[in-house]
Design a protein around this ligand. Structure first.
Ligand SMILES: Nc1ncnc2c1ncn2[C@@H]1O[C@H](COP(=O)(O)OP(=O)(O)O)[C@@H](O)[C@H]1O
Ligand SMILES: [Mg+2]
Length: 234
């Protein structure tokens, strides 16, 4: 079933948050989700160990550049969705994961630095598409946006993306305490106590719209047997 990777060459872009939000939303709809935690900070593995759990989600924390493509392919056999949270850099694990992805989501924060990190991943996708001789579907999600105003930095990111002909989700992920608190309390947004965490209802609505837009785009693409080429370089 579909493999959805989250990538941006810059740390702090909101990859891990966007990946976990998608996973918890999909699991809340009764689907089986496997998350590959390829972020060295291991936020999702730590979230998974919290007492409050999220049924339907399993997390793979151990992987190597040589094993990741086979691990992902294997996980697609027993999962409805495979979600890959990548490191904020360009390395072999990132390249291999992107190569077996049905959809690559590039979270971009409303700052020019972040747009550059996203642009690096888009360049890497183009290079990989040439090597594997097929398209790697990708889209951008704007993250940590202000619920009330569109900042000048956000406007310049949007202008940059529109000149590049890039598919940008209509729903940005808004800056909300509830999204941070998931990593502290565990579970999904449905488990968060609205009397303790502010803006939970709005966060739930935001996450549901965002997840729906991703799922519309995440359709399994038949793969050629090309991914072993990356193994030799490991
Ligand atoms: N939508 C959001 N609302 C609130 N905080 C966020 C949001 N997205 C990211 N953050 C916070 O920003 C920091 C970096 O986010 P993270 O998802 O870990 O980015 P990355 O995985 O790209 O490094 C974390 O402290 C995270 O809690
Ligand atoms: Mg991360």
């Amino acid at each position: 079933m579909p493999v959805i990777s989250f990538a941006n060459a810059k740390g702090g872009a909101g990859k891990t948050t966007a990946a976990l939000l998608l996973a918890t939303e999909v699991a809340a709809r009764g689907k089986r989700v496997t998350i590959f935690d390829a972020d060295p900070q291991k936020w999702i593995s730590k979230w998974f160990e919290l007492p409050r759990t999220c049924p339907g989600i399993s997390v793979v924390s151990e992987m190597s550049p040589a094993s990741i493509t086979e691990q992902i392919t294997h996980a697609t056999e027993y999962s409805d969705y495979v979600i890959v949270d990548l490191e904020g850099t360009e390395n072999l694990i990132v390249a291999n994961a992107l190569s077996v992805s049905d959809l690559v989501v590039v979270p971009i924060q409303g700052s020019s630095m972040d747009a550059r990190g996203g642009a690096k991943i888009l360049t890497l996708i183009k290079k990989l598409e040439k090597i594997v001789r097929q398209d790697i579907k990708h889209c951008v999600v704007l993250t940590r946006t202000n619920a009330a105003v569109t900042t000048r930095a956000m406007k310049s990111v949007q202008e940059f993306l529109s000149t590049q002909n890039i598919d940008v989700l209509m729903t940005p992920i808004v800056e909300r305490a509830a999204f941070r608190d998931l990593f502290e309390f565990g579970g999904g947004l449905a488990n968060l106590d609205a009397s303790v965490v502010s803006g939970v209802a709005k966060a739930r609505e935001n996450a549901a719209l965002y997840a729906a837009e991703i799922l519309e785009r995440a359709i399994t693409v038949p793969k050629k047997r090309w991914y072993n080429i990356f193994k030799r370089a490991s």
